[in-house]
Design a binder for this molecule. Sequence first.
Ligand code: DLL
Length: 443
Amino acid sequence: MTQTRETVETHYHPASAPDYIPTPMLKKLQLERLRAIVQRAYDNVGLFRRQLDERGLAPSDVTCLDDISRLPFTVKHDLRDNYPFGLFASPMQEVVRLHASSGTTGKPIVVAYTAADVKVWTNVMCRTFSAVGVGPSDIVQNAYGYGLFTGGLGAHYGAEGLGATVIPISGGNTDRQIMVMRDFRVTAICSTPSYFLHLTERAAELGIDMRELLVRVGVFGAEPWTDSMRRHLEACSGIKAYDLYGLSEIVGPGVACECYRQDGLHFFEDHFYPEIIDPQTGDTLPQGEEGELVLTTLSKQAMPMIRYRTRDITAFITAPCACGRTHRRMRRISRRSDDMFIIRGVNVFPSQVETALLQVEGTLPHYQIILTRQKGLDEMEVQVEVTAEIFSDKIGALEQFEARLMDSLERVLGIRVAVRLVEPHSIQRSEGKAKRIIDKRNA
Ligand code: DLL
């Protein structure tokens, strides 16, 4: 049975009750949990104890939520330096699951969960699905990778916990995904946005119009994507595409997600306490200003994270959401501070490139940014796929199109960069996170 738009918007699951808790109660709960988690980390995690001792602070010094800003940050290399189990706060007998995230360099980071942690994770993922109108009558195709990556099992437990029917298909095998989507009457799909884009294109090649299938909801995350990409995905598939955020260090998917309003992502603040700081100074920024997201786990037993610097850039949305949830929202994360590169003194983020390209009709949202160094100077080329019609145009028309893209990029980035049009399907597709930057500068 498919749900109508109406039921989507009013869908409610009892697991969602904490989403509506009045703010004073939420703050009280957060403070209680913060004090307990700081004590737990102090008692069990050597790194945290040393850092607090060095500052002359004791866990009992946390007496209000604002005191969190007195606590030290945790950064990614703390996890690497304590590889594999050095930041665990529970004995291994109590740890029921390990996940790991490989990242781009060096050793992976390892994260741990007790049975209670898995329960919390399931709860926040149930709330995620419920917030986007997925319920027990849905058939959910879970194309996030299963394995050490948190996406697969995180979404799986959430959808199953809600009573939905889960198809644990994992990533890859695109033709089979499309067959399953059609034949199993799938109504909701989870994947990275770039993989879903690939699915829609492959479906079209196979002569299947995704808009005619029963899929109505997509829960996309694990990589930055833009609103232009959302519009593109929704137009070619007829679904509503929602943004889901999370990271292994904190829990995996389920730290924040959009509700049916598609207007910012609500944090699950009863379990994850968000702050936004100036990445240069580390100071807390005034509400609404853009900066680096810092997260503290309020209930994680096996591996508490205190003030973890995510490197993800966003801002709080200060107005309350029309959906009635009381938990704060952030703008979609369009970029990571460490994805930024500098060309001729100008800071550039892949998301700006995506926005600029999609402003010009005829481009496809498949692009790569190639960085090279020529005679000591950094050069940037954007390779972008264009539709078959554009690609078959005469040379003059192609040059004109290229110039339009360069103009659009210049408007957004403030510098003129090279553009190369490439045939549809020539940029490698990813089954998980898309690789947008190829940096050959130190090759
Ligand atoms: O990507 C967890 C996840 C799985 C989230 C499935 C959503 C859906 P990691 O592999 O540890 O965990 O990567 C975390 O991915 O710090 C962000 O930079 C990026 N990221 C995750 N979700 C989003 C999103 C998972 N919705 C890192 N928008 C994070 C933008 C995202 N970036």
